[in-house]
Design a protein around this ligand. Sequence first.
Ligand SMILES: [Zn+2]
Length: 476
Amino acid sequence: MVATSVTNTTDSFEDKHSVHALVNKNQNSVFHDYESQTKARFDNVQIVLKEILSQQTRSDFKRFANQQLFSRLGVTLDENVWDLNKGSSSHRFPEDLYSKIVFELFIKMSEDFFINDPLSGQNKKEAEEVFKEAGIHAVGIAPCADGRLAHFISYVLRLPYTLARRKAHAGALFDVSESVRNWVFVEHSRFREGIPNNPEDPTRYLKMAVYHFSKADPSHQGCAAHGSDDKKAAEAAQAKLTDFRQAIENRFGCGSTVETMLIGINTDDDSLKIHIPNAQGNICLDRFIETDRLYSKTLGLAANEALAVIEAEIDKCTSGNRLTRPHSSIKKLIVWLLKNNFSQIEYVKNYEHGQYKDLGHAERFIGIGNGFEEVQLRNLSYYSFLDTIEEGANDVDIGIKIFKSLNVKRGLPIPIIIRCDYDGRVPGSKTRAVKKARRLEEVIHNRYQELSSCGLLQTMGTLRDNTGCLPAEKLV
Ligand SMILES: [Zn+2]
């Protein structure tokens, strides 16, 4: 098990090959194996399928096809799907198969993720302690829906996925009312059940908004929802956080203040711009630290020396004015997050030569609906949280536009996975999730009829009981 712990980061310090004293090298190796193996399966679909179809004349083709598929990608399809007669009557035969294989790979990935816990994301005890010490009892993260942020929780911040609630929206423009409802739910659980802690404990809910930019190609590879304008992206995310905080205070009184945090990510190398809040928790766009700069500055130092430099830098960016400094517990949390990000910076240095080759979009499928905890890899999926297409139309339109370039241009269909989570303890919850998934599926095919009618948009409905670590179920 690899834990996202403070103490574990010292393991790599003892390793003479380690570059930075605060990096968890062992975790990096495990994380890289998972990422490369998972992505390779999705990336090999086209070539494996082409090779299989070149053997169509074999008398045992159906059996052969599934054998090949299993040995190369670890999945099989229903034998009838390989029916050549059916295929010869459909000019989209290979495209249909392409989507079906992508969907099977997703189901397999989901099973592996929830059953085997490859990133140790079900082990949240230590991270939970760090947040509690900082006075935080629950965390909600609102990143942009862009696939280059899909690994933000598990990789970029090295947080267990079970710790934070993730709702992605194009441009990080999260729904304030929905976030308020979730906050109420969390606080109610504290009052009724003492979960995650007792209401008497002086702790707060932390809402984090994550915008993004590209230093290598700022005018093209920034946030599509904000026309690659970094300033606009940061301002918009900050405004959402201010609205959220204001909404809670206006509705539930001043004692109900929440913590907010604004983070920008450079999608070229996963380094961060962490905006340092002042003592009142207010965020200023001009007050920030950059983790890539601090990583370089502290390289070669012993762990305690590096930490001292980081703390001094945080103080420096608040101009040394005591009134503007963050609360000491929040500062401690920022240092911890920053240290976690160092592991990711070194990950990109070691495995991507310091900068991703896929600077832009390279997502393998679109995910819409809610949940998708099993997607924790960069550029694996364009994910948009929504309940109805109407409310999420903008997000889905952006996703379709991205995939027209990625897939349709190459003659490949756009695979869309719909996910509706349900609460297995609530009567009728699953039935409602089924209805919702079917409705979303139907609306998508209608909205993008041009693509759908020629087989270039394919969907798979999935459900998941989100009360435990159960994998996704295919909607049949
Ligand atoms: Zn974006």
